[in-house]
Design a binder for this molecule. Structure first.
Ligand SMILES: Cc1ncc(COP(=O)(O)O)c(C=O)c1O
Length: 301
C-alpha cells in the first residue's frame, strides 16, 4: 500500500480516494507520504440488504466517478473487497465501471486481503489481463494464517510491477520467508488451506447463530456481508430502544480485552457502523468463549 502510494502519487499535490468504512492504513500511508485523501463513503443505508450492486456497503460508483472528475489530482482509488470491516464483496461490474471511466488517469487498487474467504469467482485478478490500470493486492496473513512472515502479493500490468520492483527496498524478502511462502503456495498446502477455510466458514455460521441468541440482551442483527473471516455486529442501547450504543459497545470491547483476554475490534467510529464490534471467527472453543463472555457483559452492562 505504501509502495503504491509512493510510486503513483506525488506528495503535497496529489491524492488517493478511499471508500469508508474501510481499512485504515490507506489513509495512514497517505498521511505519512503527505498525500491527500478524498473519501466517498460506501452505501450506508441498510434498506436494500447487504452488498450486491446497490445494497448496504456496496460501492457508490456514480459518486466515485463524480469525485474523480471533480478532482484530477486523484491518482489511486483504493477498493477493499471483501471490505474490512464490512465483510462485503465489491462486484466486478462496479470495479470495471471505475476501471473504464475515461476521466480517471490513475490506478485502481483492489485490496483482496480477505479474498480467500469468499467465492472463487469473486477475485478481480480475473480482470488483470484486460486492464493495465488495475492492481490487485493479496496477503498470506489471513486465509493462509501466516501474518508473521509479512508477505503480500501484488498482481498488475508488468510495467507497474517493474516500477514497484525498482522502488522497493533491495532483498526485502528474506530466504527463510520466501521458502515458507513458497511452501504455503504448493498445491497440497493450498488444499489444506481450503479445508481450514471450510471449517472457518462453518464456525462463522456457529458464531452468527450464537449472536442471534444474544439479541434479547441488546445486541443487533449483524450487518455487512459474510465474505470474510469476521462478523460486524452492533451493540444496542440497554433500554431496548433498538438504537446502536457506542458507549456501551466501547465498554464491552474494553472489558473483553482487558479483563477477559478476548480481543475483538471496536468499529463504532466508522461511518455506517454505529455501536459495532467486529468479531473474528476463531476455533470452536474460541467461539464458545467469545459468545459466553459477550453474553455476560451484555447482561451486566
Ligand atoms: C483490508 C486489509 N488490507 C491489508 C491488510 C494488511 O495485511 P498484512 O498484515 O498482511 O500486511 C489488512 C490487515 O489487517 C487488511 O485488513
Amino acid at each position: 500500500i505504501d509502495l503504491l502510494i509512493r510510486v503513483c502519487v506525488a506528495p503535497g499535490t496529489e491524492k488517493i480516494l478511499v471508500t469508508p468504512p474501510t481499512y485504515g492504513m490507506y489513509s495512514v500511508c497517505a498521511q505519512v507520504n503527505d498525500v491527500g485523501v478524498v473519501k466517498v463513503p460506501l452505501e450506508l443505508s441498510g434498506d436494500a440488504g447487504e452488498g450486491g450492486e446497490k445494497g448496504r456497503f456496496s460501492l457508490k460508483v456514480d459518486e466515485v466517478k463524480k469525485a474523480i472528475s471533480a478532482d484530477r489530482s486523484i491518482k489511486l482509488v483504493f477498493l477493499c473487497s471483501p471490505g474490512n470491516p464490512t465483510g462485503t464483496l465489491i462486484s466486478l461490474s462496479s470495479i470495471r465501471e471505475i476501471l473504464d471511466y475515461e476521466d480517471f488517469k490513475g490506478v485502481v487498487i483492489v485490496d483482496e486481503a480477505y479474498i480467500d474467504f469468499a467465492d472463487d469467482k469473486a477475485s478481480a485478478v480475473s480482470l488483470i489481463q484486460e486492464y493495465s490500470n488495475l492492481c490487485v493486492t493479496q496477503t498470506l496473513s489471513k486465509g493462509f494464517g501466516l501474518a508473521a512472515i509479512r508477505v503480500g502479493i501484488a498482481f498488475a500490468h508488468p510495467a507497474l510491477v517493474q516500477i514497484l520492483m525498482n522502488t522497493k527496498a533491495p532483498y526485502n524478502i528474506s530466504t527463510p520467508t520466501a521458502a515458507l511462502a513458497l511452501s504455503a503456495l504448493s498445491p497440497s498446502a493450498i488444499d489444506l488451506m481450503r479445508q481450514k477455510i471450510a471449517t472457518l466458514v462453518k464456525g462463522r455460521g456457529q458464531l452468527l447463530e450464537g449472536l442471534q441468541e444474544l439479541r434479547a440482551l441488546g445486541l443487533g442483527a449483524p450487518i455487512g456481508g459474510n465474505d470474510a473471516n469476521f462478523v460486524l455486529v452492533p451493540v444496542l442501547e440497554k433500554s431496548g430502544s433498538g438504537k446502536p450504543d457506542n458507549t456501551r459497545a466501547q465498554r464491552i470491547y474494553k472489558t473483553l480485552a482487558e479483563q477477559e483476554g478476548v480481543v475483538v475490534r471496536y468499529r463504532g467510529g466508522e461511518p455506517g457502523c454505529a455501536g459495532c464490534l467486529r468479531i473474528t471467527v476463531g476455533s470452536e472453543d474460541e467461539i464458545k468463549v467469545v459468545l459466553k463472555k459477550l453474553g455476560e457483559l451484555l447482561e451486566s452492562m
